[in-house]
Write a protein that binds this ligand. Structure first.
Ligand code: FEO
Length: 422
């Protein structure tokens, strides 16, 4: 009826509602979903939300590359339907089985039960833990396998441990598009789909920040694999005009720029800067942080001060990753590190950081222990260490503040020396 007002449920509004498919090139569409509201992505802070990107190719055999997180399945199906009846999907490529990409597969297969699923061997083994695969036609693929879908050819490239054992990428030969899965992704929810649009509507620095954030928190352990895989792709001589990841914006303006950023990070490049990542009970460790910061700055090294309890863990990880050196400030609590610092260092150890120099400081009341424990953790990580750490009894005196300042200066000198090796 003309003039009728349709009430859109708030959940639908927040989750993307009526998104149109967006054409990347000649009948290849983004049909994903925008998660405007997610702020905690399995423990990783996502202040900008994220997207779950998947792609539809209209050809003789209609092909869907990846699905989306299960609670967005209705949205992707609706978006697919805006291009084609989902029942006509002939092939589904599953590049990665993590929940944010594969858990709508059952909904897609309900609509296209005769579709063939293309997946790596490890992907198939993992997917069996989520779905009964016996009712679906599954084809295992490996690097170098191709699938002709009409005018176009898909080339599969396994990328194990980038970042799961099952991961792969799919290259659309005739269109020169690399569907890169998590690789080159960013957690950004935005009304625009492409890098150049985002830079115009938002900012380049925000996009670059999102790339570093994603790499630091998800890909930090895999630098050597990243270098090898990028070299493999370069050896194959693939001409890549567009990189379409499964999160964030699609790289159409400058895909080589994000590849270079990845290679730089994988090779250990970083800024000559130092984050001081600390927590504090009665402000004594915090009082130490300020003269330390001043000492670092007076040596000409940039410094950021991050109070851990007031900052998401993933932001602290990102800031750690940006700088060449890091100082950790921890008070002693019950003879051990302050819990947030212990959590941070445990998280960091799992990410297997390399090419960074680290030291610790903190206040203590009677027995001490936190700074020593922090160094034990640094040793386990195999990081270059600045020793000895600095401990102050109860509360820094004026004399102690001078010690802190000198500690900062000496640390910055070491950071500069260490940085010159890269
Ligand atoms: Fe975006 Fe590994 O999932």
């Amino acid at each position: 009826m003309a003039g009728e007002i349709r009430m859109i449920p708030m959940t639908e509004l927040l989750r993307g509602g009526d998104m149109k498919a967006v054409e990347l090139k000649n009948g290849i569409y983004w049909v994903g979903a925008i998660d405007w509201a997610v702020r905690d992505f399995h423990g990783y802070a996502t202040p900008r939300g994220t997207t779950y990107n998947n792609y539809l190719i209209i050809d003789d055999e209609i092909t869907l590359l990846d699905t989306v997180k299960h609670d967005f399945s209705d949205i992707t199906i609706k978006t697919i339907r805006s291009v084609v009846d989902p029942a006509k999907i002939r092939n589904v490529v599953i590049n990665h089985i993590e929940n944010d990409h594969a858990t709508s597969l059952d909904k897609i297969m309900e609509l296209a039960p005769r579709a063939t699923i293309y997946i790596t061997e490890k992907g198939k083994k993992g997917l069996e833990r989520f779905f009964d695969l016996s009712k679906w036609d599954m084809k295992v693929v490996k690097t170098g396998d191709t699938l002709r879908i009409g005018r176009r050819t898909l080339l599969f490239l396994e990328t194990p441990m980038l970042h799961w054992p099952d991961s792969m990428m799919t290259y659309i030969k005739e269109e020169k598009i690399l569907i890169s899965q998590d690789g080159f992704g960013q957690h950004i929810a935005s009304a625009v789909r492409f890098d150049d649009e985002f830079i115009t509507c938002e900012s380049l620095s925000e996009l670059e920040d999102a790339v570093v954030d994603y790499y630091a928190n998800i890909l930090m352990p895999f630098g050597p694999i990243i270098k090898t895989k990028i070299a493999d792709i370069q050896k194959l001589g693939l001409d890549i005009e567009m990189i379409a990841p499964d999160h964030g914006v699609i790289w159409r303006k400058n895909p080589e720029k994000v590849v270079k950023a990845y290679l730089d990070m994988a090779e250990g490049k970083s800024a000559l800067s130092v984050p001081i990542i600390y927590d504090t009970m009665w402000h004594s460790t915090e009082m130490m942080a300020l003269p330390i910061m001043q000492g670092i700055k007076d040596e000409g090294v940039e410094c950021k001060v991050i109070k851990l309890r007031a900052t998401p863990m993933s932001v602290a990880i990102k800031e750690f990753w940006r700088g060449r050196g890091c100082l950790v400030g921890t008070p002693t609590l019950n003879n051990i590190m302050y819990p947030t610092i212990a959590e941070f260092l445990t998280h960091l150890r799992g990410l297997r950081p390399k090419n960074r120099i680290i030291g610790a400081f903190g206040s203590y009341g009677w027995g001490g222990g936190a700074v020593k424990e922090a160094y034990d953790e640094f040793k386990r990580m195999g990081l270059e260490m600045f020793e000895p750490g600095l401990q102050i009894l109860y509360r820094p005196s004026l004399e102690d503040e001078t010690k802190c300042y000198e500690f900062g200066r000496e640390f910055a000198k070491k950071v500069k020396e260490y940085h010159s090796k890269f």
